[in-house]
Design a protein around this ligand. Structure first.
Ligand SMILES: [Mg+2]
Length: 225
């Protein structure tokens, strides 16, 4: 089985802040939070995990009921912000996807902290949703390592019975992406096209660190071996 799992924000695309604006709007509408705490980092985390940290920061009980209220409000606002914020598909992404598809035996999936509905809205907005057959998403687990395990299970289901060697690549823009690649025994590709400093990414010790995804030789080589 040959599988390439992609993070979304900072790896495939930048939304120009649409996700964060939709988070802030949802907290304002549902919980009367005028301004989101800046103490809670977003990068490399799951939406469930970010929401839990924001609930705590603003004294809101972290209940399933509050999560569901947040989720509905967030997803309802995201598309408007995507249209308003512009954003972009990152360099090399389309070509890398085309090259992987051309290899014929590589399955493309998502490994993201985004809730599935948000992943679909973001990738649909940039014309990329149809390129991915399965994924692990941020509404299933707060912890990214658990999302990685789910994504790998889905890859195996999607692929069907296989006798050959398994080669899995995880591509992401934060140290958490590298860590969750390790958690499932995958080859870790780090790309500093999000908001994480290149030195911080290097310190996470990925198998390969590229400037952006136009530099995809190592990925293709690993999956072709
Ligand atoms: Mg990311």
């Amino acid at each position: 089985m040959r599988t390439c799992l992609f993070d979304i924000d900072g790896t495939l695309l930048l939304t120009g802040g649409a996700g964060m604006y939709a988070f802030a709007d949802a907290f304002q509408a549902e919980f009367a939070v005028a301004k989101l705490s800046r103490e809670v980092p977003f990068a490399g985390r799951s939406d469930r995990g970010i929401a839990a940290a924001l609930f705590e920061a603003h004294g809101i009980p972290n209940t399933d009921e509050n999560w569901r209220r947040f989720y509905a409000a967030y997803v309802a606002r995201l598309d408007d912000h995507l249209h308003r914020c512009g954003g972009e598909v990152l360099p090399g992404v389309i070509t890398l996807i085309e090259r992987l598809e051309a290899q014929g035996n590589v399955h493309l999936g998502l490994l993201t902290g985004n809730v599935a509905a948000a992943a679909k809205l973001k990738l649909t907005h940039y014309g990329l949703w149809d390129r991915f057959a399965f994924g692990g998403f941020g509404d299933e687990h707060p912890d990214r390592n658990d999302i990685a395990a789910t994504a790998l299970d889905r890859a195996r289901e999607h692929h069907g019975p296989s006798t050959g060697q398994e080669r899995v690549v995880v591509i992401g823009d934060t140290p958490n992406d590298v860590r969750c690649a390790r958690a499932i025994g995958a080859y870790a590709v780090a790309v500093p096209t999000g908001h994480t400093d290149v030195m911080e990414l290097a310190a996470a010790n990925p198998d390969v660190l590229v400037e952006n995804l136009t530099d995809h030789a190592a990925i293709l080589e690993y999956l072709a071996a």
